[in-house]
Design a protein around this ligand. Structure first.
Ligand SMILES: [Zn+2]
Ligand SMILES: [Zn+2]
Length: 387
């Protein structure tokens, strides 16, 4: 299929895409609770004659087998919504009170179904197998991990994923070589001292004074790594002590570590471990560190980025294919797939200033210009056919 045919087919299903997206938008579901969404996806895949099965509780995977196919290419959409009360005054406003598709995963699901619909009708022309991954819980526990553990990538050669972006206009695409999103780890620290009368610090060990030193010292980890690397170490919460005139015996801190490079991630964790286990001891107290492993960094494969650049350029015009200057320090669990196989994640513009569609993701006024849906479908079809 050439690009003109693909674009024509994608444009042709625009009304269907809009209908499907509005339906998902009206019935958003939180991570690992996407039962209606899962049922609807299965119904559509049944309608297209695509074999599929449920995975990771609320996920779905389907596959179209190409003729004499030697490769299997995967496309992934995340399907979950957020705990946000929608404030848009639209006919398709969320009917699930306090839950909203404010990150555009309704659009991702719709685009992937659009690709499935078109390719199922062009089956005889396909020389590759196409695997359709509908993944739950991107916003919460990282549904990519259980999907991978259950074998969703078995036999897959490459993967494409996209995210809608209200930062760039409809009709544009944004790509980035290598790092696109940071890794994330949850930090929990307890500093233990010994309580005493506030007037007699010599009788105790002041956990608050130790904590003050510790927080300052932690920031020197970030400032003293290689200047060409980056890391964020944020302590977002601190709690300790009982009264103004008592030496605190315990302080608890929680925070987040973000890095763009797996090596830097390990280095900062090691340095943090040493610091928490030695600095409080040097002051007579004790430190306990727990690191909850979060999402991996999302690192694109350069050759796959080239494919997206070319294909998006063919559909949108090369002037509308933009290089993203800086990586996001926010996370995206598509990074788990890219730890296993080559792939690429890119942004699809859905902003439309004239229509007033410009609220950022995770905002109660988030919306998309639906005219971007068929463009996403066309680009993803070109992508899977070009590997
Ligand atoms: Zn999100
Ligand atoms: Zn998202």
């Amino acid at each position: 299929m050439d690009k003109n045919k693909i674009l024509k087919l994608a444009k042709g299903i625009s009304p269907w895409l809009s209908k499907v997206r509005k339906d998902f938008h009206m019935y958003p579901e939180l991570g690992m609770q996407e039962f209606r969404t899962q049922r609807k996806i299965c119904e559509y895949l049944d309608e297209f004659g695509i074999l599929h099965k449920k995975m990771a509780k609320t996920g779905v995977v389907g596959e179209i087998k190409g003729k004499n196919a030697l490769k299997t290419i995967a496309l992934r959409a995340d399907i979950d919504a957020l705990p946000i009360l929608e404030k848009n005054d639209v006919s398709y406003k969320s009917k699930n009170h306090g839950v909203m598709h404010a990150c555009g995963h309704d659009a991702h699901t719709t685009i992937l179904l659009g690709v499935a619909k078109i390719l199922s009708e062009q089956k005889d022309e396909l020389g590759v197998n196409i695997r359709f991954i509908f993944q739950p819980a991107e916003e919460t526990v990282g549904g990519a991990e259980p999907m991978i553990e259950e074998g969703v990538l078995d036999g897959v050669d490459a993967i494409f994923g996209l995210h809608v972006s209200s930062l760039i206009e409809k009709g544009s695409v944004e790509y980035r070589y290598k790092q696109m999103n940071a890794s994330s780890d949850n930090i929990e620290i307890e500093v233990q001292g010994q309580s005493a009368h506030g007037a007699y610090p010599g009788d105790g060990v002041d956990a608050i004074v130790i904590t003050a030193q510790l927080i300052t010292a932690m920031q020197t980890i970030v400032s003293r790594i290689d200047a060409r690397d980056s890391a964020v170490l944020t302590i977002g919460k601190i709690a300790g002590g009982t009264a103004h005139n008592i030496i605190a015996d315990s302080v608890k801190l929680t925070g987040t570590l973000r890095t763009l490079d797996p090596k830097v991630r390990e280095l900062v964790k090691e340095k943090l471990d040493v610091l928490v286990n030695t600095l409080p001891i040097s002051m007579g107290g004790n430190g306990i560190l727990k690191i909850g492993k979060g999402y991996s960094a999302l690192i694109n494969d350069d050759k796959m980025v080239e494919l997206v650049k070319k294909n998006a350029g063919d559909i949108l015009g090369i002037e509308n294919v933009l290089e993203k200057e800086k990586a996001n320090m926010g996370v995206e669990d598509f990074g788990y797939y890219l730890e296993k196989i080559p792939g690429v994640f890119f942004n699809l513009g859905v902003k439309n200033e004239k229509k007033g569609i410009m609220a950022s993701a995770h905002n109660e006024y988030f919306d998309i210009d639906e005219e971007a849906l068929h463009l996403g479908v066309a680009i993803q079809i070109l992508n899977v056919l070009s590997v």
